[in-house]
Design a protein around this ligand. Structure first.
Ligand code: NAD
Length: 361
């Protein structure tokens, strides 16, 4: 059956990095007979420039119809003065909410050769490969009541951390599914010693675990999880957690790797359909200079193949090609160290290196 990927290059370095990811897709598409077709649409600032809207109805309906979406990055100073509801970021938030992408996957992985880029000791992070699953559309960021009001003569600010059983169930299922595709260990992070919402969270996660007997489930309080992430991050395989806790833990985990140009991400709906994008933004400071590292986007493509299209062997091939390129000392400027055997390359040359590796040339 043929599959359709909508490609949204976006703004700034988005167009440059997506170009390399599409080259990689073309190679594995042919090698693995994946029967994937792509359609490209302007999105974010590029779409605003063309039509006055960061997300047009045409693009939205193409994204709805697609099997998956591959996004570069959006935004830039040019759009700071655009009306608030026309800014690129608004298009992205709307796309995420229209497609009900409630499950945010952020892997933190560190190729052994890049361990020096981390702020932790190399031996603690070399070979790190973990995944944080953050609930993206519920919890305290969306819960009510919320506000600031005057009580007894003084101002009081308040928010509500609220999760329904169904919301917990679907993110837990997502967590177990991801764990099944990895090393089958899932750590649910909560604050069940203090928060009732976390008590329910834990109860529902345990209930869902009955459907996944092969996955080893553990629980950890969020304060301990923060500590363990910087103490011994390699103990984790998959972490599943709520919106607020995931926001904080995933940024901390990202920084363990030290190189933003290497980090992919995904946001999935209840059926595993997803939008895949690098963690970084449109990097206006280096757009057009050839310095953008396309590997985060190429690794996002690999996640797309693994988690939405279930094409694990094509995904493995991409991951292995990237690992080999890094091992061979090929570096974009953001991950270049002082290694004597390093070759510093530009965006297109990094694409060339991955493609050559895939083709065995
Ligand atoms: P950024 O991630 O774009 O850049 C931060 C720093 O990292 C910059 O120095 C940049 O040069 C560097 N960098 C980022 N990606 C890189 C890559 N692939 N290779 C090499 N270096 C890289 O964050 P910012 O500067 O805070 O934001 C710039 C714009 O991007 C803003 O308009 C922001 O709103 C937008 N943004 C978009 C997304 C998204 O598309 N999902 C995410 C974050 C920020």
């Amino acid at each position: 059956m043929s599959k359709n990927i909508v490609v949204l290059p976006g703004d700034g370095i988005g167009t440059e990095i997506i170009e390399q990811a599409v080259r990689v897709l073309d190679v594995v598409n042919e090698q693995h007979n994946l029967n994937i077709s792509t359609q490209t649409f302007a999105f974010g600032g590029a779409s605003y420039d063309l039509s006055g809207e960061p997300l047009t109805e045409e693009t939205l309906s193409a994204c709805r119809a697609a099997d998956a979406i591959l996004l570069g990055s959006i935004g830039g100073p040019k759009y700071d003065k655009a009306p608030r509801d026309k800014r690129p970021e608004r298009g992205l938030l709307r796309l995420r909410s229209e497609l009900e992408l409630f499950s945010n996957l952020r892997p933190a992985m560190l190729f052994p050769e890049l361990a020096d880029a981390s702020s932790l000791k190399p031996e603690l992070v070399a070979g790190l490969d973990m995944m944080i699953l953050r609930e993206l559309t519920g919890g305290i960021y969306f819960g009510g009541p919320r506000g600031i009001e005057t009580r007894d003569g003084q101002q009081v600010g308040f928010n509500t951390m609220v999760y329904g059983e169904d919301e917990i169930r679907r993110i837990a299922q997502s967590g177990f599914e991801i764990a099944m595709q990895r090393n089958k260990r899932l750590c649910s992070v909560d604050k069940a010693n203090v928060l009732e919402v976390s008590e329910l969270w834990r109860e529902v996660v345990i209930d869902v675990s009955k459907d996944y007997p092969d996955v080893e489930l553990s629980h950890m309080y969020v304060d301990n999880a923060a500590m363990q992430l910087v103490r011994e991050p390699k103990q984790f395989d998959v972490i599943v957690t709520s919106n607020l806790f995931g926001d904080i833990l995933s940024d901390a985990a990202a920084m363990l790797t030290g190189s933003i140009g290497m980090l992919p991400s995904a946001s999935l709906d209840a059926n595993g359909k997803g939008m895949y994008e690098p963690v970084h933004g449109s990097a206006p400071d280096i757009a057009g200079t050839g310095k953008a590292n396309p590997l985060a986007t190429i690794l996002s493509l690999s996640m797309l193949l693994r988690y939405t299209l279930n094409e694990a062997s094509a995904a493995d091939q991409i991951d292995n090609a990237v690992a080999a390129v890094i091992k061979n000392g090929i570096r974009c400027a953001d991950i270049a160290g002082s290694g004597a055997n390093e070759t510093v390359v530009n965006t297109a040359q990094m694409g060339d290196a991955v493609v050559a590796q895939l083709q065995g040339t």
